[in-house]
Design a binder for this molecule. Structure first.
Ligand SMILES: *Cc1c(COP(=O)(O)O)cnc(C)c1O
Length: 355
């Protein structure tokens, strides 16, 4: 795949690394590629970061046919730029594509285009502890047409955003709110893919959690409203009686790459891990009998997010005295050591952007 490159005439000044937040600043260049049924994916190009001009009838704006990914580039102490399991993001993007009737991309070619973009933007990968360059690949339906159906044309693009350390004032447990009224996904729906509408659909419950003083929503299954699914945009783990338990992938849970990494690391440490259904009643019961040792979320943004409190109906469970548990700490350290190249990971997990 021959990628044409147009360099920006003026480069933006780099931000102060100590004041980076999430998703507010973007780099100088972006990757773009288009699709139509005659050419397939065509015209791959790296260009100055710029607005996309759209017809007001563009399908994605009306019917939400859009999928995306989220991953990060990390700067190692040796000044290498590293990606963490990026092949998994490419594979998941294609699973999302299939479910949303979007044409699949060539995973290897897109990964290589991302590497080229990162080489051009390497100065944007910050080096302060915990910072990284967030990578957002996305595909949107672009036919200017109001009929409901599958679009014929698409735009794929990748934008990059330098992000600050998730934990600025130390590893801070979050408080989560179990929503009884709302559900995120149902069997047969689109909960297991990263499609735009899932996030719009989650906002109302999130707002309810925030109004009640909680940071995130814990979702129960959409049928019985009994089994735990995930938290906000993170997967969730419970440590009960020394066993690490996470909901099995039911079809309505997003299969997180961090989740899979935690499971693999736990297994390699010889820790007992269970992927199975876990009900909110089991969690309440374990808490009441003093066997609920830890709860933590997993996802690219925070890596590991310890949970200090879970509120269900009018009961509040304080977990591990609201402190960070040893497993959360262990997985956070192990994963970040691998991501920043401080320690080797399993084969193929760390992919350097050479060059
Ligand atoms: C992206 C996402 C996750 C976490 O996936 P990672 O690959 O670990 O970043 C979990 N749940 C939802 C709903 C998500 O969108």
């Amino acid at each position: 795949m021959e990628i044409s490159i147009t360099k920006a005439e003026h480069l933006k000044p780099l931000p102060d690394e100590s004041s980076l937040s999430f998703g507010t600043l973007f780099t100088d260049h972006m990757f773009n590629m288009d699709y139509n049924p005659d050419y397939g994916w065509y015209n791959p190009r790296i260009e100055p970061y710029q607005p996309i001009v759209m017809d007001p009838a563009t399908m994605v704006l009306h019917y939400g046919q859009a999928i995306f990914e989220g991953l990060k580039a990390y700067r190692s102490a040796e000044d290498e730029i590293l990606l963490f399991r990026p092949q998994e993001n490419m594979a998941r993007l294609n699973r999302s594509a299939r479910r949303m009737c979007i044409p699949e991309i060539d995973e290897e070619q897109v990964l290589s285009a991302l590497m080229q973009l990162l080489r051009i933007e390497s100065r944007w990968v910050p080096s302060a502890v915990g910072t990284s360059l967030y990578i957002r690949p996305i595909i949107i339906a672009t036919d200017p047409f109001l009929g409901l159906g599958v679009s014929n044309t698409y735009r794929f693009f990748i934008i990059l955003s330098p992000v600050g350390a998730y934990y600025k004032e130390g590893f801070d447990p979050v408080r989560i709110w179990v929503t009884e009224k709302y559900v995120r996904a149902v069997p047969g729906g689109v909960g297991e893919v990263k499609t735009a509408g899932n996030y719009a659909a989650s906002l109302y419950a999130s707002r309810e959690a925030k109004e009640n003083g909680y940071t995130q929503v814990l979702w129960l299954d959409g049928v019985e409203r009994k089994y735990i699914e995930e938290v906000g945009a993170m997967n969730i783990f419970f440590v009960i009686d020394g066993r690490i338990v996470t909901p099995r992938l039911s079809g309505s849970i997003l299969p997180g790459i961090t989740r899979d990494s935690v499971i693999q690391l736990a297994k390699s440490l010889g820790a007992p891990v269970e992927e199975r259904r876990i009900s909110i009643d089991e969690v309440l019961e374990a808490h009441a009998s003093g066997r609920l040792e830890e709860v933590f979320g997993s996802g690219t943004a925070a890596v590991i997010s310890p949970v200090g409190e879970i509120r269900f109906k009018n009961k509040s469970m304080i977990i591990a005295d609201g402190k960070v548990g040893p497993w959360a700490r262990r997985f956070f350290d192990a994963l970040t050591d691998i991501q920043y190249g401080r320690k080797p990971g399993p084969d193929g997990w760390v992919v350097p952007v050479n060059g």
